[in-house]
Write a protein that binds this ligand. Structure first.
Ligand code: GDG
Length: 457
């Protein structure tokens, strides 16, 4: 492939370091671009009084990042609005939280047109263009309107919802049709891919041919399942570094012989944090003898705090953790350590390694990289157990995890009990199978697989 032009809502500085609550997408693209070189374009995260489209460039590690500032109205309607109050809840099956406002849809379209105007001059002949995620679904079509003939791919990092759910979105067909401007469209799982195929064939009248090729009028798009992975080598190294070892030691010391269960999630209603607390509470109720032998560390850095539903989940979790701790804690033990701050990546790796159980219980998740990171950080001689929601995209690959239905507190409580008692031989066997997948299907594999589909299309 010649140069790669990656376009996503937010751009991470290509420093090779990871900090704060950086999302999985940023982590993955950084790893891909560090190896490949090219341009990464997106929103700076900054606001401006008047949109000019002026680009700010930074250089580093063979990657040029190019960003633009947005006006308040764009941020409210495009980012907080259509992306995070309409598409995010709907695509995570939360139609009860999805807000359908014409102003959001208009702002989304306008901002995508602005992105198209700005990035158009950066696309050279022969470059491959790779657009990321739900913020930018119509961008490919806008670029085609501006004469871009290059190969263009799109990757959706969140689930594609079932046809009947998506049909509740005003102008859903128009939005889905814009995906036909791309040569390749990628999803994490077969399930999301099949939902897209179902919508395209039944609602748009597209035909599905060999190799996932969908045809609509004179446009064809190859739709594929291409699961994202982590930078496994980097993460395993991080988990063995000095900061990870210090964090590991600190956690083990503070655990005082108790088993730690860990959860790490952006504070988001899709991550099933309420259900996780209820499942854990159920475990405490049903196993009074084991109570003081465990504790749950839940790390949940706040995200999207300008959106009401995120403020609400935060206060719900504050109340729940307080209630559960109040009901069960003793003078020398609290059942839940609930922490609303982010930690450096290598510290996180040490914390994962110190945990007997990784508890990953999203109600819906495109993939979920925390599940993979937890596995990668384990001690091969004495690994912990991954408990994983069936509704995370990662469950399609990580079949040797203890798979659960996060809506069932009973099932979660049973899984915790079972994991705590799991013999070492079984833990090692399951971990080896999980790790084989995480090593083989890492972030570079993901990128290469997508790039190969784009070249073949
Ligand atoms: C979207 C999709 C898909 C979290 N807390 C801290 C921290 N994190 C890092 C984790 C992980 C990343 O954030 C979260 O990634 P996920 O995949 O779990 O979830 P989303 O942010 O929702 O990502 C998801 C992903 O895109 C990629 O396609 O898997 O389904 O929703 O890497 O480690 N990182 C640091 N400190 C923290 O406190 N450094």
């Amino acid at each position: 492939m010649s140069r790669l032009v990656v376009i996503s809502n937010r751009v991470a500085a290509p420093t090779g370091s990871h900090s704060g609550a950086q999302g999985g997408l940023a982590v993955a693209l950084q790893a891909a671009l560090l190896e490949h070189g090219g341009v990464w374009f997106g929103w700076s995260g900054e606001r401006t009084d008047e949109y000019t489209g002026e680009i700010n460039y930074t250089e580093g590690f063979g990657v040029t990042t190019a960003t633009i500032d947005l006006e308040d109205q764009d941020i409210e309607e495009y980012y907080d609005g259509y992306a995070n109050r309409t598409l995010w809840p709907l695509f995570h099956y939360r139609i009860d939280l999805a807000e359908y406002e014409r102003g959001f849809a208009d702002g989304y379209q306008r901002t995508n047109e602005r992105f198209a105007d700005s990035v158009r001059p950066l696309i050279g002949e022969g470059d491959a263009v790779w657009i990321q995620d739900y913020h930018m679904i119509p961008l490919g079509q806008e670029l085609r309107k501006r004469g871009v003939k290059n190969r263009m791919g799109f990757f959706l990092h969140i689930p594609w919802p079932p046809r009947r759910l998506l049909s509740t979105l005003p102008h859903a067909a128009e939005l889905a049709t814009t995906l036909f401007a791309y040569d390749v469209v990628g999803f994490h799982t077969r399930e999301w891919l099949e939902s897209f195929q179902d919508f395209a064939t039944k609602e748009l009248g597209a035909t599905l041919g060999e190799g996932g090729v969908l045809t609509l009028g004179d446009r064809t798009v190859t739709a594929i399942a291409c699961p994202i992975g982590i930078d496994t080598t980097e993460f395993v190294e991080a988990s063995r570094g000095v900061n990870a070892r210090l964090a590991y030691r600190r956690m083990r010391d503070s655990a005082d012989g108790r088993d730690m269960i860990v959860g790490v999630d952006r504070l988001d209603y899709s991550k099933g944090l309420e259900e996780r607390f209820l499942g854990y509470e159920r475990f405490l109720e049903e196993h009074p003898d084991q109570r003081k032998e465990v504790f749950l560390l839940q790390i949940a850095p706040p995200s999207r705090a300008s959106v009401e539903s995120y403020r609400k989940i935060r206060s719900t979790l504050d109340a729940m953790s307080g209630r559960i701790n109040g009901a069960f804690a003793d003078t020398d033990w609290v059942p839940i350590r609930y922490v609303n701050q982010g930690y450096p990546r290598d510290v996180l790796a040490g914390i994962y390694r110190a945990a007997k159980i990784g508890l990953v219980t999203p109600l819906r998740d495109g993939m979920n990289l925390v599940a993979k990171e937890y596995v990668a950080a384990q001690d091969p001689e004495d690994p912990g157990v991954l408990i994983l929601s069936r509704f995370a995209g990662a469950a399609e690959q990580l079949t040797q995890a203890v798979l659960i239905n996060p809506y069932s507190a009973e099932e979660m409580a049973d899984a915790i009990s079972m994991a705590l008692a799991m013999p070492k031989a079984e833990r090692i066997e399951r971990w080896r199978a999980l790790m084989d997948n995480i090593e083989q299907e890492d972030v570079l594999w993901w990128r290469d697989r997508f790039a190969a589909a784009l070249m073949a299309a």
